[in-house]
Structure formats: structure tokens, C-alpha cells
Design a protein around this ligand. Structure first.
Ligand code: NAP
Length: 336
């Protein structure tokens, strides 16, 4: 199947791989970026058949450009949403663009007669707002926003997915909506301008950490996340669906040990020690990134992604290989 699809946020990490796969599968792809001044840079990075890809300027917080970008599209993959490494002073700076941008994308899609919108939500909308402990989640769960540990990014993804689903219930009509909820996305980088999700591996590799904090996450490969978006755009009867895009859980220390074992001298700055929680708490006094994640210390969250495998035939790479590909790509691009 192919047609004309709008991928929002074409400068983004997951969007880049999604656009590549869509073009390779014969789709005509449109994409939004905040400013067309970035178009040539993004084209150079994506290096796809340029005749199949066009750019439109649109910001999540402004109506300008969205109608033109959507005109003639049958499908939309809405990926644009802020993903900062640290929380802003005012959480509305994050929640606003995530929620209002999702609603804006849905409203303009509906007006343009789009058949289906696939929105990139997150594991942040499923598995957060829990006490320290070990859990396994599937798509039936929602993050508990009343829990004191939820930080602004987690709120932004939960609130925006909820708002999108509520909007669809009230206004969606024949238009279909489903969400893809990725965990921590790793994999090769497309350029030296890479997503926040690769920061943990970068910081292990470049020696920023004296030890590995007791933090962990489910790893998923960017190429597999892109593939799941394409599957969700094309499979029949997707309305209301929610798909976990998540693989095996790793603690940072496990990742550090894997990097050391597989990369030898190239991973010489990767720490062998574990960082005690009290050090993270101390560092969080001045470091905004540590402040954001300190409430996640000691939490183990597994993801049951069998729904995507069963319904969409989704297959994933080995997570250890994804971690190694991430590190090698950071080295090859001169980032570490
Ligand atoms: P990314 O590389 O940072 O891409 C984010 C995209 O959103 C960029 O294109 C960015 O544009 C755009 N954006 C941000 N604020 C915007 C605004 N106000 N108006 C228009 N565009 C705006 O991140 P990513 O990893 O590809 O993430 C893509 C999606 O996946 C996001 O919805 C994210 O929440 C979700 N997700 C990511 C992960 C992960 O581990 N990476 C996990 C779960 C879910 P600029 O280039 O102009 O900043």
C-alpha cells in the first residue's frame, strides 16, 4: 500500500527513519519542520529520492502551515513533540506543545479528509507514576499522573495521548487514530544532531559518568520503531489501537558491561562501578538531568509488546546489537 503521508517533525530521529522507510516503500512523503531554513540540512541527512519528499513549515503551537501540509494526504504520522534532556522551569512549556500540537494535527487532518493518524506517544504514557519496584506493563495501563514522581515529559506524553483519544471520541468521525508507545529508542544516528534518548549511551561512552546510576529502561531500535509506524499506517482496522514499541529491560550497569565487553578499548571510558543512589541525589542538587531522573532510581519496568507482534507481525532486532550499533554509530560520527 502507498499514498501520500504527512510525517510531522521531519528533523526528528524517529521521523527520519520513518520517512526513509516510507519513501523506500513507494509513499509520497510530506514532512513538517519548524523553519524551511532547515530543509536542505534534513534532506542531506535523509538522502532519499528528493522527488518523493516535500517540506512544509509548521510549528506545534501555531495554525500556520498545517492546512497546506495536510492537503491531499491520506495518512498522517504525528511524531513532532518536544523531547528535552532536562525539565523546563515551567512544565507547561512542554505540555503545551505536546498536547496542543497533537490536537492541532488531528483537527487539520480531519479537515483535510485524512483517513488515519498514527501518533507517537510513549512508554511514558503507560508505565510511569509508580513506586520503586519491579513491574510488567502492557497497553491497558495508563501512567498515574497523581503520583509525585511524574516529571514534565511524562506528563506531556500522557496528557497529549489522553487528549488525542478524547478528541477522537468527540470529533473523529470516520478518521482512524492509533498510537505507538516506544520505550527508550536507541540505534544508529543519522547525524551529529541526535535525539535525547541516546544521551545515556553517549554519557557512558564519553566518560561523563563516574559510575552507572541505578536507572534502567526498555531498549528498542529506532529502525524497528519506524517499521512499527509504517505497519500501523497500513494495516486494516487500526482505530483506537495502542501499540507498545519496546524491548528488553536493561540497567545502565548492564549496558556499561556490554559496551566494555564488546567494544574493548573503544569503551575505555565506560565506568565499571555502580553509582550509589546518594551520589545521584547529591548531583541532582545542581544537575537538571539528574534532578529529572532521580525519582526513577531502582525502578524496573518490563514491557509486554506482544500485541504489536500478534496484530502487526512486528519483529525486532536483538537489543544487545542495538546498543552496540548505537555506540559504534556515536564513534563513527565523531560524537564520542
Ligand atoms: P527528536 O529527535 O527530538 O524529535 C522531536 C521532533 O519534534 C523534532 O523534529 C522537533 O523539531 C519537533 N518539535 C519539537 N517541538 C516542536 C514544536 N514546537 N513545533 C514543531 N516541531 C517541534 O525526538 P524523537 O526521539 O525522534 O521523538 C519523536 C517522537 O517520539 C516524540 O513524540 C517523542 O516524544 C516520541 N518518543 C521518543 C522516544 C525516544 O526514546 N526517542 C521514546 C518514546 C517516545 P526541531 O528539530 O525543530 O526541534
Amino acid at each position: 500500500m502507498s499514498g501520500t503521508v504527512l510525517v510531522t517533525g521531519g528533523s526528528g530521529y524517529i521521523a527520519g527513519f520513518t520517512i526513509r522507510q516510507l519513501v523506500a516503500e513507494g509513499w509520497t512523503v510530506r514532512t513538517t519542520i519548524r523553519s524551511l531554513a532547515k530543509e536542505q540540512h534534513v534532506r542531506d541527512i535523509l538522502s532519499v529520492d528528493n522527488s518523493k519528499l516535500s517540506f512544509f513549515a509548521a510549528d506545534l503551537m501555531d495554525d500556520a502551515g498545517w492546512a497546506e501540509a495536510m492537503a491531499g494526504c491520506t495518512h498522517v504520522a504525528h511524531l513532532a513533540s518536544p523531547l528535552p534532556s532536562a525539565s523546563p522551569k515551567n512544565e507547561d512549556d512542554l505540555i503545551g506543545p505536546a498536547r496542543d500540537g497533537a490536537l492541532r494535527a488531528l483537527r487539520f487532518a480531519k479537515e483535510a479528509g485524512v483517513q488515519r493518524v498514527v501518533m507517537t506517544s510513549s512508554m511514558a504514557a503507560i508505565g510511569y507514576g509508580v513506586d520503586r519496584g519491579e513491574y510488567t506493563f502492557d497497553e491497558s495501563r495508563w501512567t498515574d499522573l497523581s503520583h509525585p514522581d511524574v516529571y514534565p515529559y511524562v506528563k506531556s506524553k500522557t496528557i497529549s495521548e489522553r487528549a488525542a483519544r478524547d478528541w477522537m471520541d468527540a470529533n473523529g468521525g470516520d478518521m482512524e487514530y492509533c498510537s505507538i508507545n516506544p520505550s527508550m529508542v536507541l540505534g544508529p544516528v543519522l547525524s551529529s544532531d541526535f535525539s535525547t534518548s541516546l544521551e545515556a549511551v553517549k554519557k557512558l561512552m564519553d566518560g561523563s559518568f563516574p559510575g552507572s546510576p541505578d536507572l534502567g529502561f526498555c531498549v528498542v531500535d529506532v529502525r524497528d520503531v519506524a517499521d512499527l509506524h509504517v505497519r500501523a499506517l497500513t494495516a486494516p482496522d487500526m482505530d483506537g489501537e495502542r501499540f507498545f514499541a519496546a524491548g528488553k529491560f536493561f540497567k545502565m550497569h548492564d549496558i556499561a558491561m556490554l559496551l566494555k565487553e564488546r567494544l574493548g578499548d573503544e569503551a575505555r571510558k565506560v565506568p565499571s562501578r555502580k553509582l550509589p543512589d546518594w551520589v545521584m541525589r547529591l548531583v541532582s542538587i545542581w544537575d537538571p538531568v539528574a534532578r529529572q531522573v532521580k525519582s526513577e532510581l531502582g525502578k524496573v519496568r518490563h514491557a509486554d509488546a506482544s500485541h504489536a507482534r500478534e496484530v502487526l507481525g512486528w519483529q525486532t532486532r536483538n537489543e544487545e546489537e542495538t546498543i552496540i550499533d548505537t555506540a559504534r554509530s556515536l564513534i563513527d560520527n565523531g560524537i564520542v
